[in-house]
Design a protein around this ligand. Sequence first.
Ligand SMILES: N[C@@H](CCC(=O)N[C@@H](CS)C(=O)NCC(=O)O)C(=O)O
Length: 205
Amino acid sequence: MGYTLHNRPGSGGLVVEAALTLADAPFTLAELESRAGTPLPESFRATNPWGQVPTLILPNGSTMTETSAILIHLALCFPDKPLGPRPGTPMHGAFLRWIVFANVNLYEAVLRRAYPFRFTDDPAGHDALRSAASRRMCEAIALIDANVEGTFLLGEEMTVADIYIAMFLAWWPGDVEAPRVARIAEEVRCHPVVGPIWRRHFGGR
Ligand SMILES: N[C@@H](CCC(=O)N[C@@H](CS)C(=O)NCC(=O)O)C(=O)O
């Protein structure tokens, strides 16, 4: 039995789908009919009580959520596939660092913009929350940009961390001053395996 990936078009499961595909892992896509950036149907809580995608059902039937955890798990399960550096190496430390950094800072900034009502009960505070999230996003992307080691974040090999970071850039509505990260996003969009998945989710974005 393979994996089942619950996602919806244009949502965060893109990077998990890319990781499973790069790993040659057998998986089924369970796509929800829901528009990216809106709350998911309440009925989805039967699958993930937190009500979010990506939700990955592992081959043994257990449920995984949290994109960073899923990516790290898959990279460890498929060490011979091009998902991430060898565990135990300094580069693996950097891989973990940036995946978690992106989850905590980039994903959270995106969520503050999309769902401000979850972060303040004061509707008058939504604009201020969005602008603080934008500032935080720009600061976080700039820090990643300053740490790009080569063609990709960790050097000359693409990892799932690159796809993850590129996804946030595609979601972000404003301009972000991050030329190295923008170049990584271009590499990801042109990648022979990841490109077709990217276009199915994002079209020409
Ligand atoms: N911390 C979660 C965040 C996942 C998340 O926010 N997913 C969005 C789609 S990109 C979602 O499910 N939004 C619907 C909702 O929160 O109701 C992760 O890292 O996977």
